[in-house]
Design a protein around this ligand. Structure first.
Ligand code: GAP
Length: 462
């Protein structure tokens, strides 16, 4: 069976994530904490592999992009300058019966009425009023709602405030990682040998007080972003915008995503900072939704920060002596959404002699465990010792797992479910001829390989 066809495929992925240690609801023993999730032992490996691929593509493979890791907490003035304190909000309505707080644009959208989170309070309320009879609370079925109002998504904190009412002078957990890039643009310019056009890449946590928490890790209140800001000469924006669109699309194909499950969405109604914006959408089990945004931000951010900080953020072109505020092309992807996309893409169920084999056909680079090493029998010390010896050798180069529990068939099924591309078994023959059985996850074929050949064998396949 191919993925994304069954109505319940999201339930199956959520169940696999819990059962096999990819994703756990946060604070579960305290009945959970809405819209926050933890990555388990295999989840952290998969998320790290996604980040590694992104970081490699953005920094190692290019000579025009450098990395950064800015702090989560920043001066609150940054969020005023960026426009987030005033304008970073979603439309909210409350069901008067069950008091569920809901995103009004989503409610309208799900009833087939066009609405957008970027509409003003008045714009969205006009549409809401005209369609009241069509909207029911998804929680209790009532049709009695408060008028829509804008709800600010920035998460506030009392960091550094030891006196008085901190809510009057809050600090913020960053709502997007790119602001840390803008405020370090001058530092990077002065310390790294970069010349326009150049980029700064960063991976890090962002926080948003999302109104509705649904769809598993798709929309969470704490999440990780992989953002790259590309600084260009004014006027060159669209040339680079188109190049970045192509580059980012290819990135997902390289992660093993079928292009039939990807599409572009052009934003007609733009957020306050953008001049042009496209999303790469993935066909999640609940439909096509945004995975990454590519935005032409013009000189908005650097101009605002220059104005609010009083610092000059011009670039002096060494060739022409021209001075200008660079324009920015941004690529902004979510780790959690990419994680969910590659899992949805890889999840397969196969019928095998009346049994269902669940297998994650992740590309080897993304697989949490690359090689599982098994002694055929747990109670034969000579097999266990040999398998340990092979494991200790391979673990120097690849993330491996040693498993001597249960019968081999069960061990294979477990590794199939976490997407391990190769399982390797040490048996009695190994002790005679130094050969092991290597089983391929995708076609389940087995071959005998000499221990001395294993490194070459895996190097060409992982
Ligand atoms: N700096 C631009 C920016 O933050 P965005 O479209 O708001 O743009 C970019 O977010 C990406 O971050 C999204 O495409 C998505 O992958 C991820 N993202 C945003 N909000 C999220 C949330 N609440 N939960 C999980 N991922 C989120």
């Amino acid at each position: 069976m191919k993925k994304n066809t069954a109505d319940n495929s999201m339930d199956k992925i959520i169940s696999l994530c819990k059962r096999r240690g990819f994703v756990f609801p946060s604070s579960e023993i305290y009945d959970g904490f809405a819209a926050v999730y933890d990555f388990g032992p295999y989840g952290v490996e998969l998320a790290n592999n996604i980040k590694k691929e992104w970081w490699k593509a953005m920094t190692q493979m290019r000579d025009d992009i450098v990395g950064l890791d800015s702090a989560i907490f920043m001066s609150p003035k940054i969020w005023e300058a960026s426009g987030h304190v005033k304008g970073f909000s979603d439309p909210l309505t409350e069901c008067r019966k069950c008091h569920a707080r809901l995103r009004l644009d989503t409610l309208l959208d799900e009833a087939g009425i066009f609405a957008d989170e970027k509409m003003t309070e008045d714009e969205i309320n006009i549409i809401f009023e005209a369609n009241r009879d069509k909207i029911k609370c998804p929680n209790c079925g009532a049709a009695d709602f408060t008028p829509g109002r804008k709800f600010n998504l920035l998460v506030q904190s009392n960091l550094g405030n030891f006196t008085g009412d901190w809510t009057k002078e809050p600090t913020y957990l960053r709502g997007e990682t790119c602001q840390g890039i803008y405020v370090n643009y001058k530092n990077v310019l002065d310390s790294a040998r970069v010349k326009i056009p150049f980029g700064i890449a960063q991976i890090g946590k962002a926080f948003r007080n999302e109104i509705t928490a649904r769809q598993f890790i798709f929309r969470t209140r704490e999440f990780e972003q992989m953002e790259m800001q590309y600084f260009v000469k004014p006027g060159d924006d669209m040339t680079y915008f188109d190049k970045w669109k192509e580059t980012r699309w290819q990135f997902y194909l390289d992660l093993g995503i079928d292009p039939a499950n990807l599409q572009w969405h052009k934003h007609e109604n733009l957020v306050f900072y953008a001049k042009e914006a496209y999303d790469i959408e993935y066909r999640f089990p609940f439909g096509f939704k945004e995975m990454e945004g590519i935005h032409a931000r013009g000189d908005y951010d650097l101009t605002q920060h220059s104005k609010y900080s009083g610092k000059e953020l011009n670039y002096l072109d060494p060739a022409t002596n021209e001075k200008y505020i660079p324009h920015i092309v941004e690529t902004s992807a979510g780790v959690g959404r990419t994680f969910l996309a590659v899992l949805s893409e890889a999840y397969q169920e196969e019928e095998l002699e009346g049994e269902t084999r669940i297998v994650l056909k992740l590309i080897p680079k993304l697989a949490p465990i690359k090689i599982a090493v098994f002694p055929l029998l747990k109670n034969k010390p000579e097999l266990v010792a040999k398998a340990r010896e092979v494991f200790d050798k391979l673990k120097m180069d690849w993330r491996c797992e040693f498993d001597d529990n249960g019968n081999i068939g069960k061990r294979y099924r477990r590794q199939d479910e976490i997407g391990t591309p190769f399982c390797l078994t040490v048996d009695f023959e190994t002790l005679e001829n130094s050969e092991v059985t290597v089983r391929n996850r995708d076609n389940m074929q087995q071959e005998r390989i000499k221990i001395s050949e294993l490194e070459n064998f895996f190097r060409s396949r992982i």
